[in-house]
Design a protein around this ligand. Structure first.
Ligand code: UDP
Ligand code: MG
Length: 324
Protein backbone atom coordinates (compact mmCIF):
# COMPACT_ATOMS: atom_id res chain seq x y z
CA UNK A 1 0.00 0.00 0.00
CA UNK A 2 1.18 3.51 -0.75
CA UNK A 3 2.76 5.28 2.20
CA UNK A 4 1.17 8.60 3.06
CA UNK A 5 3.18 11.13 4.99
CA UNK A 6 1.45 13.37 7.50
CA UNK A 7 2.93 16.67 8.66
CA UNK A 8 1.61 18.04 11.92
CA UNK A 9 2.24 21.74 12.46
CA UNK A 10 1.92 23.05 16.01
CA UNK A 11 2.34 26.72 16.95
CA UNK A 12 3.59 26.81 20.56
CA UNK A 13 2.96 29.61 23.00
CA UNK A 14 2.82 29.26 26.78
CA UNK A 15 2.46 25.50 26.54
CA UNK A 16 5.38 23.96 28.45
CA UNK A 17 2.89 21.89 30.46
CA UNK A 18 0.70 20.66 27.62
CA UNK A 19 2.88 20.18 24.55
CA UNK A 20 4.33 16.79 25.55
CA UNK A 21 0.87 15.28 25.90
CA UNK A 22 -0.07 16.58 22.44
CA UNK A 23 3.10 15.08 20.92
CA UNK A 24 2.40 11.74 22.64
CA UNK A 25 -1.15 11.66 21.40
CA UNK A 26 0.01 12.27 17.83
CA UNK A 27 2.48 9.42 18.11
CA UNK A 28 -0.04 6.90 19.46
CA UNK A 29 -2.72 7.95 16.99
CA UNK A 30 -0.53 7.62 13.90
CA UNK A 31 0.86 4.30 15.13
CA UNK A 32 -2.62 2.79 14.80
CA UNK A 33 -2.39 2.65 11.01
CA UNK A 34 0.33 0.98 8.97
CA UNK A 35 0.54 2.95 5.79
CA UNK A 36 1.17 6.32 7.39
CA UNK A 37 4.44 7.99 8.33
CA UNK A 38 4.59 11.34 10.00
CA UNK A 39 6.61 14.31 11.13
CA UNK A 40 5.79 17.03 13.59
CA UNK A 41 6.87 20.63 13.05
CA UNK A 42 6.65 22.65 16.23
CA UNK A 43 7.06 26.40 16.04
CA UNK A 44 7.97 28.26 19.20
CA UNK A 45 6.32 31.65 18.79
CA UNK A 46 8.81 33.25 21.19
CA UNK A 47 6.91 31.88 24.12
CA UNK A 48 7.82 33.50 27.45
CA UNK A 49 7.79 30.12 29.23
CA UNK A 50 10.11 27.13 28.91
CA UNK A 51 8.34 25.41 26.03
CA UNK A 52 11.43 25.67 23.83
CA UNK A 53 13.53 23.64 26.26
CA UNK A 54 10.77 21.06 26.44
CA UNK A 55 10.74 20.85 22.64
CA UNK A 56 14.52 20.58 22.45
CA UNK A 57 14.47 17.76 24.97
CA UNK A 58 11.74 15.92 23.07
CA UNK A 59 13.53 16.38 19.76
CA UNK A 60 16.72 14.81 21.13
CA UNK A 61 14.97 11.45 21.35
CA UNK A 62 12.56 11.88 18.44
CA UNK A 63 13.99 12.54 15.01
CA UNK A 64 10.56 13.07 13.50
CA UNK A 65 10.16 16.18 15.58
CA UNK A 66 11.29 19.41 13.93
CA UNK A 67 11.61 22.49 16.08
CA UNK A 68 11.55 26.07 14.76
CA UNK A 69 12.21 28.94 17.09
CA UNK A 70 10.82 32.30 15.96
CA UNK A 71 12.92 35.33 16.87
CA UNK A 72 9.93 37.26 18.12
CA UNK A 73 6.28 36.73 18.84
CA UNK A 74 4.49 36.87 15.50
CA UNK A 75 1.10 35.39 16.34
CA UNK A 76 -0.48 32.05 15.63
CA UNK A 77 -1.02 32.50 11.92
CA UNK A 78 2.52 33.59 11.15
CA UNK A 79 3.80 30.69 13.28
CA UNK A 80 1.65 28.29 11.26
CA UNK A 81 3.04 29.75 8.01
CA UNK A 82 6.57 29.14 9.27
CA UNK A 83 5.67 25.55 10.06
CA UNK A 84 3.98 24.98 6.69
CA UNK A 85 7.16 26.10 4.94
CA UNK A 86 9.02 23.17 6.49
CA UNK A 87 6.28 20.56 6.09
CA UNK A 88 7.17 17.79 3.67
CA UNK A 89 4.10 15.59 4.02
CA UNK A 90 1.30 14.78 1.59
CA UNK A 91 -1.22 16.03 4.10
CA UNK A 92 -0.56 18.93 6.45
CA UNK A 93 -2.46 19.04 9.73
CA UNK A 94 -2.66 22.09 11.98
CA UNK A 95 -2.97 21.36 15.69
CA UNK A 96 -3.08 23.59 18.79
CA UNK A 97 -0.54 23.12 21.54
CA UNK A 98 -2.94 23.09 24.48
CA UNK A 99 -4.66 19.74 23.95
CA UNK A 100 -7.92 21.28 22.77
CA UNK A 101 -7.81 19.59 19.38
CA UNK A 102 -9.18 16.03 19.52
CA UNK A 103 -6.13 14.50 17.83
CA UNK A 104 -7.46 10.99 18.58
CA UNK A 105 -10.17 11.67 15.96
CA UNK A 106 -7.53 12.32 13.30
CA UNK A 107 -8.74 9.55 10.98
CA UNK A 108 -12.23 11.00 10.95
CA UNK A 109 -10.73 14.35 9.98
CA UNK A 110 -8.78 12.79 7.11
CA UNK A 111 -11.73 10.91 5.56
CA UNK A 112 -13.05 13.82 3.45
CA UNK A 113 -9.62 14.26 1.87
CA UNK A 114 -9.91 10.75 0.44
CA UNK A 115 -13.34 11.61 -0.89
CA UNK A 116 -11.99 14.47 -2.98
CA UNK A 117 -12.07 17.40 -0.59
CA UNK A 118 -8.96 19.58 -0.39
CA UNK A 119 -9.32 20.84 3.16
CA UNK A 120 -11.03 19.27 6.12
CA UNK A 121 -11.86 21.26 9.25
CA UNK A 122 -13.12 20.05 12.62
CA UNK A 123 -16.56 21.40 13.41
CA UNK A 124 -17.23 21.81 17.10
CA UNK A 125 -20.66 21.97 18.64
CA UNK A 126 -21.48 25.29 20.32
CA UNK A 127 -18.86 26.06 22.93
CA UNK A 128 -19.59 26.69 26.55
CA UNK A 129 -18.21 30.21 26.80
CA UNK A 130 -19.23 33.64 27.98
CA UNK A 131 -22.04 35.54 26.23
CA UNK A 132 -19.45 38.10 25.25
CA UNK A 133 -17.23 35.53 23.53
CA UNK A 134 -20.30 33.95 21.91
CA UNK A 135 -21.29 37.30 20.47
CA UNK A 136 -17.73 37.72 19.22
CA UNK A 137 -17.89 34.35 17.46
CA UNK A 138 -21.24 35.24 15.92
CA UNK A 139 -20.00 38.55 14.54
CA UNK A 140 -16.84 36.88 13.30
CA UNK A 141 -18.83 34.17 11.49
CA UNK A 142 -21.07 36.77 9.82
CA UNK A 143 -18.10 38.90 8.77
CA UNK A 144 -16.21 35.96 7.26
CA UNK A 145 -19.39 35.04 5.43
CA UNK A 146 -19.78 38.50 3.92
CA UNK A 147 -16.17 39.61 3.47
CA UNK A 148 -14.34 36.36 2.75
CA UNK A 149 -17.32 34.65 1.06
CA UNK A 150 -17.36 31.78 3.52
CA UNK A 151 -20.23 29.35 2.81
CA UNK A 152 -22.86 29.75 5.54
CA UNK A 153 -22.68 26.24 6.97
CA UNK A 154 -18.90 26.03 7.02
CA UNK A 155 -17.33 26.40 10.44
CA UNK A 156 -13.68 27.34 10.82
CA UNK A 157 -11.67 26.03 13.75
CA UNK A 158 -8.21 25.23 15.09
CA UNK A 159 -7.97 21.61 13.90
CA UNK A 160 -7.66 21.16 10.16
CA UNK A 161 -6.03 19.07 7.47
CA UNK A 162 -5.11 20.10 3.94
CA UNK A 163 -3.58 18.55 0.86
CA UNK A 164 -0.08 19.41 -0.20
CA UNK A 165 -1.09 21.64 -3.11
CA UNK A 166 -3.21 23.80 -0.81
CA UNK A 167 -0.24 24.25 1.50
CA UNK A 168 2.00 25.16 -1.44
CA UNK A 169 -0.56 27.73 -2.59
CA UNK A 170 -0.91 29.22 0.89
CA UNK A 171 2.86 29.58 1.12
CA UNK A 172 2.84 31.88 -1.90
CA UNK A 173 1.36 34.51 0.38
CA UNK A 174 4.41 36.58 1.27
CA UNK A 175 2.85 39.60 2.94
CA UNK A 176 2.56 40.45 6.59
CA UNK A 177 -0.68 39.64 8.40
CA UNK A 178 -1.29 36.12 7.14
CA UNK A 179 -4.75 34.86 7.99
CA UNK A 180 -5.00 31.14 7.44
CA UNK A 181 -8.79 30.98 7.18
CA UNK A 182 -8.75 33.68 4.51
CA UNK A 183 -6.02 31.80 2.63
CA UNK A 184 -8.04 28.56 2.83
CA UNK A 185 -11.11 30.26 1.42
CA UNK A 186 -9.30 31.92 -1.46
CA UNK A 187 -7.61 28.68 -2.50
CA UNK A 188 -10.35 26.09 -2.87
CA UNK A 189 -14.07 25.55 -2.79
CA UNK A 190 -13.83 21.97 -1.59
CA UNK A 191 -13.71 22.40 2.16
CA UNK A 192 -15.35 19.80 4.39
CA UNK A 193 -16.50 20.07 7.98
CA UNK A 194 -16.20 17.07 10.30
CA UNK A 195 -18.27 17.23 13.50
CA UNK A 196 -16.33 16.39 16.68
CA UNK A 197 -16.03 17.53 20.29
CA UNK A 198 -13.54 20.19 21.24
CA UNK A 199 -11.77 19.46 24.52
CA UNK A 200 -11.10 21.76 27.42
CA UNK A 201 -7.70 23.43 27.66
CA UNK A 202 -5.41 21.07 29.51
CA UNK A 203 -3.56 23.75 31.50
CA UNK A 204 -2.75 27.46 31.54
CA UNK A 205 -4.86 30.18 29.99
CA UNK A 206 -5.52 31.33 26.45
CA UNK A 207 -2.66 33.24 24.83
CA UNK A 208 -5.21 35.39 23.08
CA UNK A 209 -6.15 38.57 24.86
CA UNK A 210 -9.08 40.66 23.67
CA UNK A 211 -6.78 43.18 21.97
CA UNK A 212 -4.80 40.43 20.24
CA UNK A 213 -8.00 38.80 18.94
CA UNK A 214 -9.36 42.14 17.77
CA UNK A 215 -6.14 42.92 15.92
CA UNK A 216 -6.12 39.56 14.23
CA UNK A 217 -9.71 40.00 13.27
CA UNK A 218 -9.21 43.42 11.69
CA UNK A 219 -6.07 42.26 9.89
CA UNK A 220 -7.86 39.23 8.54
CA UNK A 221 -10.62 41.21 6.98
CA UNK A 222 -8.70 44.15 5.65
CA UNK A 223 -5.99 41.88 4.26
CA UNK A 224 -8.31 39.73 2.18
CA UNK A 225 -11.25 41.88 1.26
CA UNK A 226 -11.84 45.22 -0.44
CA UNK A 227 -15.51 45.23 0.49
CA UNK A 228 -15.09 47.81 3.27
CA UNK A 229 -13.77 50.21 0.62
CA UNK A 230 -16.78 49.60 -1.57
CA UNK A 231 -18.98 50.69 1.28
CA UNK A 232 -18.09 54.33 0.48
CA UNK A 233 -19.28 53.94 -3.11
CA UNK A 234 -22.62 52.50 -2.07
CA UNK A 235 -23.12 55.15 0.59
CA UNK A 236 -22.17 57.89 -1.89
CA UNK A 237 -24.61 56.68 -4.53
CA UNK A 238 -27.44 56.47 -1.99
CA UNK A 239 -26.75 59.97 -0.65
CA UNK A 240 -26.62 61.60 -4.04
CA UNK A 241 -29.80 59.84 -5.18
CA UNK A 242 -31.62 61.03 -2.06
CA UNK A 243 -30.22 64.56 -2.57
CA UNK A 244 -31.28 64.60 -6.20
CA UNK A 245 -34.83 63.43 -5.47
CA UNK A 246 -35.15 65.86 -2.59
CA UNK A 247 -34.04 68.71 -4.87
CA UNK A 248 -36.52 67.66 -7.54
CA UNK A 249 -39.29 67.51 -5.02
CA UNK A 250 -38.43 70.99 -3.72
CA UNK A 251 -38.52 72.45 -7.23
CA UNK A 252 -41.85 70.83 -8.00
CA UNK A 253 -43.29 72.11 -4.74
CA UNK A 254 -42.08 75.63 -5.49
CA UNK A 255 -43.64 75.54 -8.96
CA UNK A 256 -47.07 74.52 -7.70
CA UNK A 257 -46.94 76.65 -4.60
CA UNK A 258 -44.69 79.69 -5.21
CA UNK A 259 -45.38 81.10 -1.74
CA UNK A 260 -43.51 78.45 0.27
CA UNK A 261 -40.04 79.08 1.67
CA UNK A 262 -37.66 76.69 -0.10
CA UNK A 263 -34.34 77.99 1.24
CA UNK A 264 -33.71 75.23 3.78
CA UNK A 265 -34.92 72.45 1.49
CA UNK A 266 -32.85 73.51 -1.48
CA UNK A 267 -29.78 73.90 0.72
CA UNK A 268 -30.26 70.41 2.14
CA UNK A 269 -30.74 68.99 -1.33
CA UNK A 270 -27.50 70.52 -2.57
CA UNK A 271 -25.54 69.41 0.52
CA UNK A 272 -26.80 65.85 0.21
CA UNK A 273 -26.15 65.73 -3.51
CA UNK A 274 -22.65 67.18 -3.40
CA UNK A 275 -21.52 65.13 -0.40
CA UNK A 276 -22.93 62.06 -2.09
CA UNK A 277 -20.88 62.75 -5.22
CA UNK A 278 -17.78 63.29 -3.07
CA UNK A 279 -18.28 60.01 -1.28
CA UNK A 280 -18.83 58.23 -4.56
CA UNK A 281 -15.54 59.63 -5.85
CA UNK A 282 -13.78 58.51 -2.70
CA UNK A 283 -15.26 55.07 -3.20
CA UNK A 284 -14.00 55.05 -6.77
CA UNK A 285 -10.48 55.90 -5.62
CA UNK A 286 -10.91 53.23 -2.97
CA UNK A 287 -11.78 50.74 -5.68
CA UNK A 288 -8.47 51.39 -7.45
CA UNK A 289 -6.52 51.23 -4.20
CA UNK A 290 -8.33 47.98 -3.49
CA UNK A 291 -7.23 46.54 -6.80
CA UNK A 292 -3.63 47.57 -6.21
CA UNK A 293 -3.92 46.04 -2.79
CA UNK A 294 -5.32 42.74 -3.96
CA UNK A 295 -2.59 42.56 -6.64
CA UNK A 296 0.31 43.03 -4.27
CA UNK A 297 -1.43 40.57 -2.00
CA UNK A 298 -0.63 37.73 -4.44
CA UNK A 299 -4.26 36.72 -4.77
CA UNK A 300 -4.30 33.82 -7.21
CA UNK A 301 -6.26 34.10 -10.44
CA UNK A 302 -6.83 30.37 -10.17
CA UNK A 303 -5.40 27.37 -8.40
CA UNK A 304 -4.91 24.05 -10.18
CA UNK A 305 -5.80 21.03 -8.11
CA UNK A 306 -4.33 18.44 -10.47
CA UNK A 307 -3.00 18.46 -14.01
CA UNK A 308 -3.34 15.38 -16.20
CA UNK A 309 -1.09 14.66 -19.19
CA UNK A 310 0.73 17.92 -18.68
CA UNK A 311 4.53 17.87 -18.95
CA UNK A 312 4.40 14.20 -19.84
CA UNK A 313 7.37 12.93 -21.81
CA UNK A 314 6.02 11.65 -25.11
CA UNK A 315 6.70 7.96 -25.66
CA UNK A 316 9.48 7.39 -28.25
CA UNK A 317 8.29 6.61 -31.76
CA UNK A 318 4.70 7.51 -30.98
CA UNK A 319 2.48 9.09 -33.61
CA UNK A 320 3.04 12.54 -32.17
CA UNK A 321 6.38 13.33 -33.75
CA UNK A 322 5.45 12.01 -37.19
CA UNK A 323 3.40 15.14 -37.86
CA UNK A 324 6.36 17.46 -38.39
N1 UDP B 1 -0.45 31.05 19.69
C1 UDP B 1 0.73 31.50 19.09
N2 UDP B 1 1.15 32.77 19.33
C2 UDP B 1 0.47 33.62 20.14
C3 UDP B 1 -0.74 33.17 20.73
C4 UDP B 1 -1.17 31.88 20.48
O1 UDP B 1 1.37 30.76 18.35
O2 UDP B 1 0.92 34.76 20.31
C5 UDP B 1 -0.92 29.68 19.40
C6 UDP B 1 -0.93 28.79 20.61
O3 UDP B 1 0.32 28.19 20.79
C7 UDP B 1 -1.98 27.77 20.25
C8 UDP B 1 -2.92 28.53 19.36
O4 UDP B 1 -2.24 29.71 18.97
O5 UDP B 1 -1.45 26.67 19.56
C9 UDP B 1 -4.24 28.86 20.03
O6 UDP B 1 -3.97 29.65 21.16
P1 UDP B 1 -4.89 29.61 22.45
O7 UDP B 1 -5.14 28.22 22.90
O8 UDP B 1 -4.22 30.51 23.45
O9 UDP B 1 -6.21 30.31 21.92
P2 UDP B 1 -7.73 29.82 22.06
O10 UDP B 1 -7.73 28.31 22.04
O11 UDP B 1 -8.21 30.38 23.33
O12 UDP B 1 -8.39 30.41 20.86
MG1 MG C 1 -6.62 26.93 22.89
Amino acid sequence: MKQVKLSFVIPCYRSEKTISAVLDEIKTTVAKKDNYTYEVITVNDSSPDQVLSVLKEESASDRYLKVLDLAKNCGKHAALMAGYAYAEGDIIISVDDDGQCPVNQLWKLLEPLEQGYDISIAQYSAKKQSTFKNFGSFVNAKMTQILLKKPKELQLSNFSAMKKFVCAEILKYQNPYPYIDGLFLRTTGRIANVPMEERERQAGSSGYTLIKSLNLWLNGFTAFSVLPLRFATVLGISFSVVGFLFGLWTIIRKIFNPDIMAGYSSLMAVVLFVSGILMMMLGLIGEYIGRIYISINNSPQYVIREAINVNNELPKGSGHDKKS
